[in-house]
Write a protein that binds this ligand. Structure first.
Ligand SMILES: Cc1ncc(COP(=O)(O)O)c(C=O)c1O
Length: 330
């Protein structure tokens, strides 16, 4: 709780996982940010962005935030706006995830949907509408999650201190999923500030242009970026793992069935990245990762066999059956 009585991001619990890589000799720790009130790590980011805007006077109580977002940041900004007495407009396009929009509306946010322009550039159309709304509403601000230092600062000053305390200050590897790269950068800043030798692993998606990636189709939200974000220019992870969407699906399902943690696609990507690296690690290595969001909004994609078959061309149900019988060819 803030001193003014508003709810701030929770200190999320860290769980030690015994089943995920059973027999590998690794010690695996998961920080459960899916338990944040708005369901994701973005609760911390939204809190930090708004706190800083209010402290600088750029945003006044009763003021307005306008942001182009249809994902976890939008949900977190919508919730944070409620407890700060701020109005929030989310500018979205036709691809926006319906359940995310429903949650934002439930928190009282206004949704502005832009039509796709004839040149197909949805991002430009959303940016233009944000600009128009800022001009129409004096005192309204936008948060600049792609470039603001307050984004990584949320993770430098909350996520990492909590995580490191929970693991007695000792982690050999830390896996973080990337979109704006704010979370990754905050973790990097903390590790450097405290001169820790932890290997920082960035987990990105195939089709994301971060870290020299090639642009491509991405169907699952939360992971990757279509633009090289300003923050990513400062990010220097030790390792970058680029994961296919089908492996995010497999990773999510593995985590759900081995550990009873229902997570979203970016956390599934982290599980897939860990599967790649674990065999090469020394026994006894201590591995940490963030469970960035809950799997509930992904029930009709990642966890739906038919969706996976239709969109990713793989019969995951038969893979799971073969795994149970020990005949999985993977
Ligand atoms: C689902 C999900 N994946 C990944 C991330 C990391 O995103 P970013 O790089 O913007 O910090 C977040 C952050 O909250 C998230 O909610």
């Amino acid at each position: 709780m803030h001193s003014d009585g508003t709810l701030n991001p929770m200190s999320s619990p860290t769980a030690k996982l015994h089943r995920l890589f059973e027999g590998s000799g690794m010690e695996v720790f998961a920080k459960l940010d899916l338990l944040q009130l708005s369901g994701s790590t973005k609760e911390r980011t939204a809190n930090s962005l708004i706190t800083s805007l209010l402290a600088s006077g750029r945003l006044q109580p009763g003021g307005m935030i306008v942001e182009s977002t249809s994902g976890n940041l939008g949900i977190a900004l919508a919730r944070q706006s409620v407890v700060r007495g701020i109005r929030f407009i989310a500018v979205v396009d036709e691809n926006a995830n319906r359940s995310a929009l429903d949650i934002m509306r439930a928190y009282g946010a206004r949704i502005e949907q832009v039509q796709t322009p004839s040149d197909g550039n949805k991002l430009a159309a959303r940016r233009q509408r944000v600009q128009e709304l800022l001009e129409k509403n004096p005192g309204a601000v936008t948060t600049n999650q792609y470039g603001s230092p307050d984004n990584p600062d949320a993770h430098f000053s909350t996520t990492m201190p909590e995580f490191m305390e929970a693991v007695d200050g000792k982690l050999d590897l830390l896996f973080v999923a990337t979109s704006t790269t704010g979370t990754l950068l905050g973790c990097q800043q903390y590790l450097r500030h405290h001169q820790l030798e932890t290997t920082l692993v960035a987990v990105d998606s195939v089709g994301s242009v971060l870290f020299g990636g090639e642009t491509g189709q991405r169907r699952l939200p939360g992971l990757g970026a279509g633009i090289v974000t300003e923050l990513s220019l400062q990010a220097e992870p030790d390792v970058v793992c680029r994961i296919e969407e089908i492996d995010m699906v497999r990773g999510c399902r593995t985590l759900a069935r081995r550990e009873g943690i229902l997570a979203g696609a970016s956390t599934g990507a982290i599980v897939a990245a860990m599967e790649q690296l674990v065999p090469g690690l020394t026994a006894g290595s201590r591995i940490g990762f963030l469970v960035h969001d809950s799997g509930v909004p992904y029930l009709h994609t990642v966890y739906d066999d038919q969706w996976v078959h239709n969109n990713l061309g793989v019969n995951v149900a038969s893979e799971a059956a073969s795994e149970l019988q020990g005949t999985n060819p993977r």
